[in-house]
Design a protein around this ligand. Sequence first.
Ligand SMILES: *[C@@H]1O[C@H](CO)[C@@H](O)[C@H](O)[C@H]1NC(C)=O
Ligand SMILES: *[C@@H]1O[C@H](CO)[C@@H](O)[C@H](O)[C@H]1NC(C)=O
Ligand SMILES: *[C@@H]1O[C@H](CO)[C@@H](O)[C@H](O)[C@H]1NC(C)=O
Ligand SMILES: *[C@@H]1O[C@H](CO)[C@@H](O)[C@H](O)[C@H]1NC(C)=O
Ligand SMILES: *[C@@H]1O[C@H](CO)[C@@H](O)[C@H](O)[C@H]1NC(C)=O
Ligand SMILES: *[C@@H]1O[C@H](CO)[C@@H](O)[C@H](O)[C@H]1NC(C)=O
Ligand SMILES: [Zn+2]
Length: 660
Amino acid sequence: MRASSISALACFASFAAAQTFQRLGGCPDLGCIFPPDQVDFLAGQYFDIRLEVHSPVNGSEARVGEPDENFTFTVAKKGKEAVTAPEYFKIDEPELERWNFTWFEDRFAEDAEKPSLVNVTSKVYRRIALYEPGEYEATLTYYGEQKTVANWFVRDLPSKRRAKNVVMFIGDGMTTNMITAARLIAHRSINGKYLTTMAMDKFPVLGHQMTHSMDSFITDSANSATALYTGHKTTVNALGVYVDSSEDTFDDPKFETIAEIYRRKNPNAGVGIVSTAFLADATPAGLGAHTSDRGDYDHVISAYYESLTDYEWTNWNGPDVLLGAGAENFVQSEETRDYYKLFAEKGYNVAWNNTALSNAPSDERLLGVFSTNNLPTWLDRNVYQSNLYNQSNYPDGSDRDADDLPGLKEMTLKAVDVLDKRHRKDGWFLMSEAASIDKQMHTLDYDRSLGDLLELDDTVRATIEKLEELGELEDTLIIVTADHGHGFDVTGSVDTEYMEAQTDDRSKRNAVGYYENSGLSQYTVAGSNALRYSEGVHFPAQWDPRYTLHSGVGGFPDHREDYRVNSEGPRTPAVEDEKKGYVANYKDAVTGFLVNGNMPLDQGQGVHSLTDVPVFARGPCQELFGGVYNSIDIFFHMAECLGLSETKRAGQPPHAGKRD
Ligand SMILES: *[C@@H]1O[C@H](CO)[C@@H](O)[C@H](O)[C@H]1NC(C)=O
Ligand SMILES: *[C@@H]1O[C@H](CO)[C@@H](O)[C@H](O)[C@H]1NC(C)=O
Ligand SMILES: *[C@@H]1O[C@H](CO)[C@@H](O)[C@H](O)[C@H]1NC(C)=O
Ligand SMILES: *[C@@H]1O[C@H](CO)[C@@H](O)[C@H](O)[C@H]1NC(C)=O
Ligand SMILES: *[C@@H]1O[C@H](CO)[C@@H](O)[C@H](O)[C@H]1NC(C)=O
Ligand SMILES: *[C@@H]1O[C@H](CO)[C@@H](O)[C@H](O)[C@H]1NC(C)=O
Ligand SMILES: [Zn+2]
């Protein structure tokens, strides 16, 4: 927080320590402006402004009196006079809103069940835009002389379009360490020199992005997706909005995503969304949803289906092609409309299996939902296929098993086909997510995670080949990046036979070989599970060698480790005990030893980590992506490359100021 506000209000001294919990992220003062201080905008990007004035009733910041109902708000372009928001944006003054909320100041307050209560007055200005590049100062004045200032910056980007198409690959949770480990198990090396390398390794430009969220240094996939797609960092669990303190998850201040801006400015451009996750999950959802709660799954699917026309927001009219999993959010139920029928009525072909996917006409809109939950991992689809049975996960809502499944590659190549057939002239944007890199890393299932990372790499390779065949490669910007990391690394090898032969946990640890005893990768030597692969496709020749990787993550629950592939299905490292919280699952990693957890007891999985994540780029504008920068810069670079900056327009968006 800023020193000036500490001196302004002595009681902030104790609040400055609030860290585990915050009164309202992005609002250290009693007056809040969203978008908050230090935010950048794309010129012409639609957004809302939410103002709040807080009157804490009790707790360390307690003050006497109602929250200010006469606060004022002005906007000034640097060097020009400050004017009120209605004057600046030529909109009506909105009505004053009131509510209250509670929060815990720290863990002691939570244990004592003593939340602090805050009364709030608020206003929201909807659907406005800043067109003139440069610095702005937004000032909220309340309680007489108190001020909260937000410095805003509208970037001055060239508006000449340089790329026709953009493919954005997101390896959810993927770090450089994971890429290194995946390369080690799938590519042969002799005397320390690799004979082949990953498709990502061949990209001409490498950058690093910082993934921190607006109000916490560890991000989740919702707010990191938001940063990547909108240029605005937000709070954990939020999609396309800043999180205000009201209870309503749909009234928060929104801002436009790259898909929405792209479609608004180019109504004939295409949009494709592909994920191995359930399609209501954060990374795909971030392109069209606007909610402070990523768990609003029906909102996410309805945002794909009918955009946010309900909110008089932008009408991006949904994706041309939407492929992934999560049938439970499409099949009619008490919470869910019959989205299959609704999408079909809107002109989408609906595919429920790989055969139907490949047979679907590429010149029509396509919805493909291939299983309930997340798509089974590459390892289960390709090596341990018996795990596909007895799952009752067929996407039509019946009890059948989904066993005719596409992978990320089949879905992505089909999406490229559809987008190319429908939008060759005007271009397209495709996001393709390898979701289970993250999901399997959470459950410490390193093999499944690395299998899906290798599938992503194979997809990248095949997509480049496909674009070349289509004659579109030169006009397509391709980015491969992640939304955050996990604290994964490899520190040696494990002699699994030796470990199994030991009877106590301490001697089992002597099975770990480090430095010179780590030896060489045994995964590229053909063994019992030898997978036949064609030239150019690289996966391990075997997943269960005697000498495996000594892998681990930074934050984890109590669990066991035997460093062996889980051939009988995805791993469950910890189970919930009613009294103790999460404890090691004694049915997991039976030949290994116990590892004491270092996470809070309510956490049964590993969690995201701090690390910067890599950005690989090739194609038009590739040079923008070199170096070290912030996650939001990826949005700005893609927007620049697609020529989406709008600096010249006079006036405001149609329907500016309309309520949502
Ligand atoms: C807080 O607001 C409620 C109405 O929402 C009001 O009844 C109450 O008096 C307020 N309390 C304080 C201390 O301002
Ligand atoms: C706010 O302004 C109105 C109208 O000027 C006035 O009646 C009211 O007393 C003011 N409220 C406060 C708390 O100053
Ligand atoms: C909080 O606001 C609600 C209405 O929004 C009101 O019913 C309730 O009394 C308020 N609570 C307090 C403690 O002021
Ligand atoms: C603040 O007031 C609320 C409502 O009266 C109460 O439930 C809560 O325990 C109080 N918190 C503190 C820290 O005193
Ligand atoms: C694939 O989907 C089509 C169309 O719904 C269906 O006719 C066919 O039986 C399905 N095939 C399998 C293997 O499930
Ligand atoms: C599915 O479950 C049935 C009964 O529980 C069992 O007999 C069968 O072997 C299982 N099939 C597979 C492929 O695991
Ligand atoms: Zn995650």
